[in-house]
Design a protein around this ligand. Sequence first.
Ligand SMILES: [Ca+2]
Ligand SMILES: [Ca+2]
Ligand SMILES: [Ca+2]
Length: 141
Amino acid sequence: MKTYMIPVAAALLVPVAAHAQTGGRMADLFAGADTDHDGRISRTEFVAARNAHFAQLDRNGDGVVSAADFPRAARFPAAKAKIDAMVASDDVNHDGAVTRAEMVNAPTTMFDKADTNHDGYVDQAELAAFRAKARTMQGSL
Ligand SMILES: [Ca+2]
Ligand SMILES: [Ca+2]
Ligand SMILES: [Ca+2]
């Protein structure tokens, strides 16, 4: 089981590059989310993955996710804009930082978009379609 964790951890150590922002985050959340390995991701699995993701995003360990957690990426305007957008999407009280409660209670917009037949699971076909769409959206940015 431990072997599953290595690629994920390694991927998270890669500095946040301008081109890897939103799409990378989407892929990461779904990639490790299928914890019962039934080939599809339930909403519960997605929320658990997002919850686990919080600790990885809060790099300076101050309990909130904000631009301060990405000092290197924040120097690049394009990357900074994407970090701001990521924070803003979950920042319910608009104080510029996302608490764990805000992230856990945030709407599962990404999951809902990927679950195109609305059966409460994102299967392989839906995930492939979602990733293709995410790539297209990134390309148009
Ligand atoms: Ca599953
Ligand atoms: Ca932080
Ligand atoms: Ca589905």
